[in-house]
Design a protein around this ligand. Structure first.
Ligand SMILES: [Zn+2]
Length: 257
């Protein structure tokens, strides 16, 4: 029996991967994504959507950092990990899923705790820094490094039905410390060490997706940068509040040094 000639124009299994986004920013934008390198701190609730959408969009190099192992209690939101991954390093488990999703990009996993001593070495040549963390102490370390080295810093945090995100750009608007000058009490801010850290998976999905959207816009020069705008999501009332953040002339991180 004669088989009808295939009309599929796909030459390889990966042809056409970006067809639905090319009309938005063209081959030039796609090349910018391919040439971009993104450091994602956290392979958990926020890291899952951010890393997934950046990998799917074709960001050429992703470095995924997490020092924790997958626990059963992570699985309601950290969808990079499966039941069978419980006990594995999150960074490795996450990187494996991203590579399976898009074999055309480079994904590196780093199973380490971010410290003042290793931050430069771990971020290496990555141009963009993503905060998908769960504690203020490491956020401040990462945000200060971003200011010091002139890198954009994409912040997000979630708890319960609430979440927030803000994008901080070098030489353009405030920095993270202008927005949050006071360090949180370490015992309160280290959510991962609280006995129960309540979070709905969809909250992390919404905030992480918005974070990924801003990063894709930044890389491809699409739309408008949300300079100095802190977005606060309340999932119970389905509302977004936007707080305008001014650059603080007294900021010890971006102004006084
Ligand atoms: Zn500042």
């Amino acid at each position: 029996m004669n088989q009808p000639e295939s009309k599929c124009s796909c030459q390889t299994p990966t042809a056409g991967r970006y067809d639905r986004q090319l009309p938005l920013f063209g081959r030039e934008g796609q090349e910018k994504l391919a040439n971009a390198s993104v450091f994602i701190a956290g392979a958990g609730g926020l890291g899952s959507p951010v890393a997934t959408y950046l990998a799917a969009a074709g960001v050429g190099k992703i470095v995924l950092l997490d020092c924790d192992t997958v626990e059963k209690t992570n699985l309601n939101r950290q969808f990079l990990h499966r039941d069978a991954d419980v006990g594995r390093q999150k960074a490795e488990s996450g990187a494996e899923k991203l590579k399976a999703m898009n074999p055309e990009i480079q994904v590196n996993s780093v199973c380490d705790l971010l410290t003042a001593e290793n931050v430069e070495n771990l971020i290496g040549g990555c141009q963009i820094i993503v905060d998908a963390l769960d504690n203020d102490k490491t956020r401040r370390l990462l945000a200060a490094f971003a200011v010091r080295t002139g890198r954009p810093y994409f912040h997000a945090a979630v708890s319960g039905f609430r979440g927030q995100f803000a994008s901080f750009y070098p030489k353009d608007g405030p920095c993270y410390f202008c927005a949050f000058p006071e360090a949180e009490d370490e015992n309160e801010s280290n959510e991962s060490e609280q006995p129960v850290f309540p979070i709905v998976g969809a909250t992390a999905g919404i905030i992480g997706s918005m974070q990924a959207n801003e990063i894709i816009k930044y890389i491809t020069n699409a739309g408008k940068k949300q300079v100095g705008r802190l977005f606060i999501w309340d999932g119970l009332s389905n509302s977004f509040d936007v707080i305008e953040i001014e650059k603080d002339a007294e900021c010890a991180v971006c102004c006084k040094n």
